[in-house]
Write a protein that binds this ligand. Structure first.
Ligand code: SAM
Ligand code: SF4
Length: 387
């Protein structure tokens, strides 16, 4: 059975104005030592709440986890192992890296520590666009990082961010071409998502151009042998992110660190719980606890799922995936009546050009991927909706 561990490292060299992730400014190494102490305490306090399991994937996300010292990464592994959570022989261990934060010796250290997958936040190679969105790294930093990863022949993924202010479709195709020349195994292209009144909304490409950019990126990746296994994720055969895929397929995962979310099989429909959203609040909770069973968490940090919530999650995560929803699988989990309800929701006229419904299941088509939120809202259910 797949079981993943997510470790959140929130610190970054900058706080990008467009970023909606839980981050904090990296000032010195003292806060690092404190934060790692908390991660280890969290492992010790919560381990008793989970059945010891073989870990099939570990994901260091951020923030900028490539700022973590390798000895701290090893400390986390040791703490997990001490509590009965050992890595499986083929455990996938990913770390997100920012272009300006990794050297040859650091990469060697990480490989020796057991990291076997790297996810690089490239965003764009255009220095003008990088500066406009407030990134500190330059395209030459990114090129050095990608050269390093290719020369060591490590397994790496790249993030491309587009629909940036002043960006043209030719800028995106030039970024894409450069990235493809490094032959990554995995690609995550994202349209920049911003609140309505954000300063970076000025001079962004209009919606129709954004869709054109998205279609161009998707078609180009497919023509280069990438499989779109999820809305925003493409991989060469066999190189999908096992960690993310397992989470989307509803397998359990344990999230460690500030704001990290967990999902565990529990009761009939599973449980979700999450950590406080700031470093200070996270540290305070750990310092004041002698154990951390999710049953004792404040109400705003835990949700024992009911059937309608589990069904909504199931629909959303499965529709994100290339395989989509398979009717027999859905029926096995939720029963015949619920199957009829989901089928009729997806067969309604307004979703006709967005979802391909067949006798075996349902999938988003290209237009459905572009308008996925509209589809998701039609398969979001309240308690009273269920038969
Ligand atoms: C958790 S972030 C961390 C990556 C790394 N710290 C960096 O910024 O390069 C993962 C990815 O999310 C994407 N991302 C961040 N903010 C976004 C936004 N507002 N809209 C769309 N994608 C975003 C970026 O492509 C980024 O590489
Ligand atoms: S470096 Fe990455 S995680 Fe940090 S603030 Fe910028 S986008 Fe967010």
């Amino acid at each position: 059975m797949a079981f993943g561990i997510y470790i959140h490292y929130p610190y970054c060299l900058q706080q990008c104005s467009y970023c909606d992730f839980a981050t904090a400014l990296h000032k010195n190494l003292d806060h690092d030592n404190d934060y790692i102490r908390c991660l280890i305490k969290e492992i010790e306090l919560r381990a008793g709440n989970l059945a010891p399991a073989s870990i099939t994937s570990i994901y260091f996300g951020g923030g900028t986890p490539s700022l973590m010292q390798t000895k701290h990464i090893l400390d986390v592994f040791k703490a997990l192992e001490k509590q009965g959570f050992k890595k499986s022989a083929d455990c996938e261990v990913t770390i997100e890296i920012n272009p300006d934060t990794i050297s040859g010796p650091k990469l060697d250290e990480l490989l020796k520590a057991g990291i076997n997958r790297f996810s690089v936040g490239v965003q764009t190679f255009n220095d003008e666009h990088l500066r406009l969105v407030g990134r500190k790294h330059s395209s030459s930093d990114t090129l050095k990082t990608l050269d390093l990863l290719s020369s060591k022949r490590v397994n790496f993924s790249v993030d491309l961010l587009f629909a940036l202010p002043n960006q043209k479709i030719t800028d995106v195709s030039s970024d894409l071409e450069k990235l493809l020349s490094f032959k990554p195994n995995h690609f995550s292209p994202y349209i920049l998502t911003l609140p309505k009144n954000h300063l970076l909304q000025k001079n962004r490409p209009i919606d129709a151009i954004q869709i054109e950019m998205l279609t161009m990126v998707h078609e180009s990746l497919r023509s280069h042998g990438f499989e779109q296994y999820e809305i925003s994720n493409f991989s060469k055969p066999g190189f999908h992110s096992r960690h993310n895929l397992n989470a989307w397929l509803g397998h359990g995962y344990w999230g460690l660190g500030m704001s990290a979310h967990s999902y565990l099989k529990h009761g009939d429909w599973g449980v979700r719980f999450w950590n406080p959203p700031t470093v200070l609040a996270y540290q305070k909770q750990l310092n004041e606890s002698v154990s951390l069973p999710f049953e004792n968490l404040p109400k705003n940090q835990v949700e024992i799922l009911q059937k309608h919530e589990a069904l909504t999650d199931y629909n959303h995560t499965h529709l994100r995936l290339k395989k989509g929803i398979v009717w027999t699988d859905l029926k096995n989990v939720f029963g015949e009546q619920v199957l009829k309800l989901v089928k009729s929701s997806l067969e309604q006229e307004k979703l006709q050009n967005l979802v391909d419904v067949t006798t075996s299941g349902a999938k988003l088509n290209e237009r459905g991927i572009q308008l996925s939120n509209l589809v998701f809202s039609e398969v979001t259910f309240l308690k009273e909706d269920l038969p």
